[in-house]
Design a protein around this ligand. Structure first.
Ligand code: PRX
Length: 635
């Protein structure tokens, strides 16, 4: 029996039991056999969720890029590590071998060093899905700099907030990016953001679209000439197991984005282990995850997990609808993709289009399909299973979070029987608990509650950058002694988990995690707006869409409502990005509030979802009369 690669259900249960009985020896065995260490650990695990403090493999030394690149050079030097598929199918795909990746990462790492970046410095990466994105991530890790990738769909304001929060010294970007038939002026966005970021000393600019851009003297440098001059070998920085690897921002239900901090050894071990099992990756497979490296899915399952296993990982620059809705299937056919991992929102969007887009492609290379980011509805699951997997490819519905670093609940293909809409069983080492509202664990099956995890796993985020107190408050205070996920879940009669959705004020739109507070803050910046509240409502493609209730100031009352709606969405685009735009905006005279002044989002949510039969008791509200008025004018 191998702990590392589970192949059938009985083996899963055996491995799982072992992992729970003695987590330390379980992870130690995996760490020992499958990775390259410069120094062995003194202690496998030290933890205390009340502080919270979690340390895995303390005393060990390593460099994650040696594990992801160097150690494959002897056995897989000429194998494709990254297979880059450009936005435009007429542009040739690029196969970057492990040897080439080694050289490109080393050169990039040397450029970082020559530009003053040292171990522990923060580098923000704001790039489209081009090879330089993966390479710059790995180059940071090579020299021990902490990367913080910021999704290139975020606005200048959102970028500036993140750059300042982590006090980055450098930003890596490109002149622009392709998105289907459009181009986006990334450098212009960076220029605008950096007006607010005095700490940034250098901007490295990759050339992608050959647009004319502004280069600020003394700050901005074209990347390519620096790479051309750089030395092609870079001795990796030896890192301690708990040295920070990266910061990745995610939305919270309140306040500023949270810079989740991930560290080196545990993150590496867990992402590599889960990649191997969740996708049943085998040596000659071609694995493709359609996420952007700007999200955790891309970090763990485009870059680190696959490369740590010596896999071929596809990086796609474009969108599923360009040049037509068959693009995903065209790529699967062209590169003979074996594992395909995407989001329910993409599946729903593609399922709406003509089936010919799917059937005219040969998808016979596919073995495993995956989904992530939000609950998958039954209809989308069946469409994916019937038309993409031809009922032969198990679907892994993987539940996890930016905070968890890797997949926590998922079927293991060919081992765990799948069940539509269920993420099924916990990965080895993961101990879920469902909690009731009084903080008691709900035992047994056929129950539902709030999803917590009772025991640490190697890739759990260690802190929120610069705000450990908020980390404790957000994840470890609702249910003391346990990590609280923010999700609700049910456990069926055989112990399978189904994630039912967020139980806090985070709304998942098209698989993107959006907090209500930053959107409301953006809207409230509009001079005509007095107050606002955002809720989610079901949407057949996005999963959830946003419904905004807006109170106007007196000065706004005479304004044209449609223009105001456009301006409000423009405001959101500027502050956060187009992903957070509202689908519906209702102007209201007031918002239902409790006597202590808290907005009753539950009521607003029900109105937006058309579930007004059962609004509950509204008589205790400060202003019950406003509810009827809102209902009468619902959009
Ligand atoms: O609500 C859950 C949902 O996405 C949240 C985490 O979002 P984020 O940190 O952006 O990471 C997304 C990619 C890992 C979770 O709290 N979620 C994620 N995967 C699933 C899911 N909900 C249901 N089923 C899933 N498979």
């Amino acid at each position: 029996m191998s702990n590392y690669h589970i192949k059938h259900l009985e083996e899963y249960y055996q491995v799982y039991r072992k992992s729970v009985r003695n987590p330390e020896s379980f992870w130690e065995e995996i760490a020992e056999e499958h990775f390259m260490w410069r120094k062995r650990w003194d202690n496998v695990l030290d933890w205390d969720f009340s502080k919270p403090e979690i340390k895995w493999f303390e005393g060990a030394q390593l460099n994650i890029t040696e594990n992801c690149i160097d150690r494959h050079l002897y056995t897989r030097g000429d194998k494709t590590a990254i297979l880059f598929e450009p936005n435009d199918p007429k542009e040739e795909a690029e196969h970057i071998t492990y040897r080439q990746l080694h050289e490109r990462v080393s050169k990039f790492a040397n450029v970082l060093k020559e530009n003053g970046i040292k171990k522990g410095d923060r580098v923000c990466i704001y790039l489209p899905m081009i090879p330089e994105l993966a390479i710059s991530v790995l180059a940071c890790a090579r020299i021990g700099a902490i990367h913080s990738v910021i999704f290139a769909g975020f606005s200048a304001t959102a970028l500036a907030t993140r750059v300042n929060d982590c006090k980055a010294k450098m930003v890596i970007t490109s002149d622009g990016s392709y998105r289907g038939a459009k181009t986006i002026d990334l450098k212009g966005i960076v220029d605008e953001a950096l007006e607010q970021c005095p700490g940034v000393q250098t901007v490295l600019v990759a050339k992608r679209i050959n647009s004319k851009i502004n280069m600020k003297a003394g700050r901005d440098k074209w990347l390519q000439p620096l790479l051309d001059d750089a030395y092609a070998d870079c001795v990796p920085e030896i890192m301690d197991a708990e040295d920070p690897l990266f910061i990745l921002y995610t939305s919270g239900s309140t306040g500023r984005p949270k810079g989740m901090l991930h560290t080196t050894a545990g993150y590496m071990v867990y992402t590599a282990y889960t990649f191997k099992n969740v996708f049943q990756y085998k040596e000659d497979d071609v694995y493709w995850c359609t996420a952007d490296i700007g999200w955790i899915t891309g970090h763990s399952y485009i870059v680190y997990g696959p490369l740590a296993n010596g896999a071929t990982t596809v990086m796609f620059e474009g969108v599923p609808s360009f040049p037509d809705y068959g693009r995903f299937w065209d790529i699967v056919e062209k590169h003979k993709v074996t594992q395909f991992y995407t989001a329910p929102t993409a599946i729903r969007a593609l399922a709406k289009e003509n089936l010919d887009y799917v059937t005219e492609h040969d998808l016979s290379s596919l073995k495993v399909l995956g989904t992530v980011g939000e609950p998958i509805n039954e209809e989308a699951w069946h469409w994916y299973n019937d038309h993409v997997g031809k009922k032969k490819c198990p679907i892994v519905d993987t539940w996890w979070q930016t905070e968890t670093g890797g997949v926590l609940i998922s079927p293991i293909p060919f081992a765990t029987p799948t069940k539509p809409t269920y993420a099924t069983l916990p990965m080895p080492g993961i101990q879920p608990a469902l909690m009731d509202e009084n903080g008691k664990e709900i035992k047994g099956n056929q129950v539902d509650g709030r999803l917590c995890i009772k025991f640490p796993w190697p890739s759990i985020a260690r802190s929120i950058w610069g705000n450990h107190e908020r980390y404790k408050e957000t994840y470890f205070s609702a249910f003391p002694g346990k990590y609280f996920t923010g999700d609700g879940a049910l456990r069926d009669e055989v112990g399978y988990y189904r994630i039912t959705g967020r139980v806090d004020d985070v709304i998942i739109v098209s698989g993107h995690n959006l907090g209500t507070a930053p959107i409301e803050d953006a809207i409230n910046e509009h001079p005509a707006v007095a107050e606002s509240a955002i809720v989610g409502f079901p949407h057949d493609i996005k999963g959830n869409a946003l419904y905004g209730y807006v109170i106007l100031k007196e000065t706004g009352e005479s304004r044209d409502r449609d223009n105001l709606r456009k301006e409000i969405n423009q405001m959101i685009t500027e502050h956060i990005g187009p992903i957070a735009k509202l689908n519906k905006i209702q102007f209201v005279p007031g918002l239902p509030k409790t006597r202590s002044g808290k907005i009753m989002r539950r009521i607003l949510r029900k109105i937006a979802c058309n579930e007004t039969d059962n609004l509950g008791d509204t008589s205790t509200l400060l202003n019950p009369e406003v509810v009827k008025e809102i209902m009468d004018n619902v959009l």
